[in-house]
Write a new protein. Structure first.
Length: 230
C-alpha cells in the first residue's frame, strides 16, 4: 500500500537548491543567446547578444591592468571578476559547465550544505579572474564558469582526500580527477590552440580545496589552536 502512495522523486528534488539555481541561471543565459541567435526573440539585434555580453561582462586582462595602474576601480569593471562566469562561447561550452555543477555540486552540497556550494563556487570564480589578471599578459578574454566548477572539483577532491586517509589508502589518488582534466586541456591546447583559461581553472581548484577545509565543522577552531601551539 505504501508503494502506491509514494510519489516518484523528481530529478531536481534530489539536488541541493543552490546547485539547481546555479545550473538554471547559467543554462538560462545560454538559452537566451541560443533563441536570440535564431531570431525567435529580440529582433535583429538579438543575433549579437553573446558578443555584446562578452564586451560588457567578460574579464579582460587589459582592463584589470588599467585599473591597477590608475588605482581606480569603477563598479562597471569590478563586477567583471564575477560576471564573466555567466557568458560562454557556445552551448557546448555552457553545457559542460552545467554538467560539472550538477554532478559535483550535488556531492558538495550534500556534504557541506547549500551555503557552502555558493561560497566555494563564487570564491573560486573570483580567484580565477584574479589569477588570470595577475599571472597572464593576454588579449584573450576570460569567460565561462569553469573556475567555479573547478572549485567544486577542489571541494570534492578534499572529500576524497579525507575519505582515503580514513581508509589508510594513498590520499594522492584524490587528485586523479583534476590531473585527468588538466591533461585533457593540455591535449586540446596542443591540437586546437593553447588557451590560457587553465590558469583560472587551476586557481579555482586550489581555492575550492582550501575554502572547503574551513567549511568542515570545527575546522577554524582546530586550525587556530594548532597555530597557537606553534
Amino acid at each position: 500500500m505504501n508503494d502506491y502512495n509514494q510519489r516518484p522523486e523528481m530529478p531536481f528534488n534530489a539536488l541541493p537548491p543552490a546547485v539547481v539555481a546555479l545550473a538554471v541561471v547559467i543554462g538560462g543565459i545560454e538559452l537566451l543567446f541560443q533563441i536570440g541567435s535564431y531570431g525567435i526573440i529580440g529582433g535583429p539585434n538579438a543575433v549579437g547578444w553573446r558578443i555584446t555580453a562578452m564586451e560588457q561582462f567578460a574579464f579582460f586582462d587589459a582592463v584589470f591592468e588599467a585599473m591597477r595602474s590608475e588605482g581606480s576601480w569603477p563598479l562597471e569593471h569590478v563586477i567583471r571578476f564575477v560576471t564573466y562566469a555567466g557568458v560562454h562561447y557556445s552551448i557546448t561550452h555552457a553545457a559542460m559547465v552545467v554538467v560539472f555543477i550538477l554532478a559535483l555540486g550535488k556531492m558538495v552540497g550534500e556534504t557541506f550544505g547549500n551555503i557552502a556550494v555558493l561560497i566555494v563556487f563564487f570564491t573560486s570564480i573570483i580567484a580565477g579572474s584574479l589569477a588570470y589578471g595577475l599571472f597572464l599578459d593576454t588579449n584573450v578574454q576570460l569567460v565561462g564558469a569553469y573556475a567555479g566548477a573547478y572549485g567544486l572539483i577542489g571541494s570534492y577532491t578534499l572529500m576524497l582526500w579525507i575519505g582515503l586517509g580514513a581508509m589508510q589508502q594513498n590520499q594522492f589518488r584524490a587528485f586523479s580527477l583534476i590531473g585527468f582534466l588538466l591533461a585533457i586541456q593540455l591535449v586540446f591546447g596542443l591540437f586546437f590552440g593553447r588557451s590560457p583559461d587553465w590558469v583560472a581553472d587551476l586557481a579555482g581548484f586550489v581555492t575550492g580545496f582550501s575554502v572547503s577545509i574551513l567549511l568542515i565543522p570545527g575546522a577554524p577552531r582546530r586550525i587556530f589552536e594548532r597555530i597557537r601551539q606553534r
